[in-house]
Design a protein around this ligand. Structure first.
Ligand code: SAH
Length: 502
């Protein structure tokens, strides 16, 4: 496809001064989409020049209008689809394009899974520098949601719905249009629970009836900012928390009476956030009705010889407050944790460290099968939840520390060494945020030399980078398995096992 003359021109311009962009804004370009970027845009090359095309999916050939041109790449949007991808499907959601939450809803679910599997593989090769034969030997097939044909719908146990006014001044609740603060009316996101619609409509009719104003970002005035809904999928418990720019609701009892009548309602609260910020939740919480928290029980599976998920009786029950971090797709989380547990290879005696442990979810499952588990997490409230979760589940061999993984772990090792003791850690599990592990955390792992490292990742690029460090430090990459936690979006979750060569 290369057009050499143009390539040379771009190259020469680079030597003399700032290069001219290859294309300019508003140019119309024909491009075949061969990949999907981490933000969901379709990626294709035209004459060696890379285009990121919004709303295009792998396999499409589109005419794209350039929206922003850089030296070696440009952003564009689909002007029209010249030849649709054979994997293109009609998005079920009417606002899929504007919303931007589901970047790849127009791709069949099977193709979404294949794309995620390929992305992990490509990053291990390109960023991790692993040999192709090794990668192909260790990678196991991505774990998709159960019903492949129906696709991954209604899986989320949490929704945060902004409330505001449209340009005509009417009350709206819905979703922000991709990268903007304009609210598109939508009370029934197909990734969320069906009951969300009833809850949102209940809040909206209360607001209309009692003239309760929505918060307006431009002026900082108005009262109701967001409606947060969480549910315990296994218990059927529902929590509603209204985020307020103020500390009380007028005619509170009217709203509470209506919400409380919804089957499953367990907790109704308000959260105060009077700051002019994009951060959704404030610190202050007040329960208006019912419990302060809801509960959810997660079960894990045994992993069969063939990689299948065999139901087991092991479960842990978690308490969730409006402020807690909790995985949003419980069906898939159970499979993710099952794999992490299986990879940890516990026999009842081991000492395990679970770094980036959140509210102790992985730690507590591991504790049931290990000698002792230590969890580390930066957010103090999450550690309080983790301790409470351990207590309520009768788990006594788990201990939790507040702090940065890259500080708590080295300090622990130093202290042990000062007493001329071995840290005695058999397994380390890490589940860092997207930016991956801090290099000090990885160095300490290499120094401790646990037999096994289980790496749970939500970003294949930083995963591949970190796995390289561990591989260079004496670990063998043994198993890699993506688990689709976020169907219709580009997010990719992966679990890996490394064992020490020594
Ligand atoms: N394993 C948990 C949470 C994973 S999310 C679960 O499955 O639910 C990643 C967690 O890492 C978040 O709770 C975040 O607060 C925490 N975190 C971020 N940076 C950290 C650091 N440097 N040290 C320890 N924890 C950190």
């Amino acid at each position: 496809m290369g057009n050499n003359k143009r390539d040379r021109r771009a190259g020469q311009a680079g030597k003399k001064g700032p290069a001219l962009p290859f294309y300019k804004k508003n140019d119309l370009v024909t491009v075949s989409i061969t990949d999907q970027g981490s933000d969901g845009a379709g990626i294709g090359k035209a004459d060696g020049y890379t285009l990121f095309v919004k709303d295009a999916v792998i396999g499409d050939t589109v005419k794209a209008r350039i929206t922003k041109a850089k030296k070696n790449y440009a952003y564009a949007r689909v002007e029209f689809i010249q030849k649709p991808s054979p994997d293109r499907v009609e998005p079920r959601c009417p606002i899929a394009r504007q919303c931007g939450g589901c970047q790849i809803q127009a791709l069949s679910y099977e193709k979404q899974l294949a794309f995620k599997q390929d992305k992990v593989r490509a990053d291990l090769l390109r960023i991790g520098g692993f040999e192709q034969t090794l990668v192909d030997a260790v990678m196991e097939p991505i774990v998709g949601m159960q019903d492949l044909a129906a696709g991954p719908w209604r899986y989320r146990n949490k929704a945060q719905i902004p409330v505001g006014k449209d340009s005509a001044g009417h009350l709206v609740a819905g979703f922000y249009a991709g990268r903007t603060h304009r609210i598109i009316p939508m009370t029934d996101c197909l990734l969320g629970d069906e009951v969300n619609r009833e809850i949102v409509e209940c809040v909206m009719s209360y607001m209309q009836l009692y003239r309760v104003p929505p918060y307006e970002e431009e002026t900082g005035k108005g009262l109701i900012r967001h409606i947060l809904i969480r549910s315990g999928r296994s218990t059927g418990q529902i929590m509603v928390c209204l985020i307020l720019n103020g500390d009380r609701l007028p005619y509170e009892s009217e709203l509470v009476r209506q919400l409380a009548a919804i089957p499953g309602m367990t907790s109704i609260s308000v959260n105060v956030n009077t700051e002019r910020t994009n951060v959704i939740l404030g610190k202050e919480l007040r329960t208006l009705w019912g419990q302060d928290e809801i509960e959810d029980t997660l079960r894990v599976f045994d992993i069969g010889e063939d990689g299948s998920f065999v139901p087991s009786s092991e479960s842990v029950t978690f308490r969730i407050s409006p402020l807690s971090f909790y995985q949003v797709n419980p069906e898939q989380t159970q499979k993710l944790y099952s794999l992490a547990l299986d990879y940890a290879g516990l026999t009842g005696k081991e000492t395990v460290w679970d770094l980036y442990c959140g509210v102790g979810t992985i730690s507590l499952f591991m504790a049931r099968r290990a000698g002792k588990v230590c969890g580390v997490e930066i957010i103090p409230e999450a550690i309080e939840n983790a301790r409470e979760n351990a207590r309520r589940n009768g788990i006594e061999n788990a201990q939790f520390f507040v702090g940065k993984a890259e500080e708590v772990l080295p300090e622990y090792v130093l202290q042990k060494r000062a007493n001329e003791e071995d840290p005695g850690i058999d397994v380390i599990c890490v589940d860092p945020p997207r930016k991956g592990c801090d290099s000090r955390c990885l160095e300490t792992i290499l120094e401790i030399r646990p037999q096994r490292v289980v790496y749970v990742s939500c970003d294949p690029a930083t995963l591949a980078r970190d796995l390289r460090v561990l591989a260079d430090g004496g670990y063998r990459l043994e198993r890699v398995r993506p688990v689709d936690q976020f169907g219709h979006t580009c997010h990719i979750e992966t679990v890996c096992l490394l064992t020490h060569k020594g």
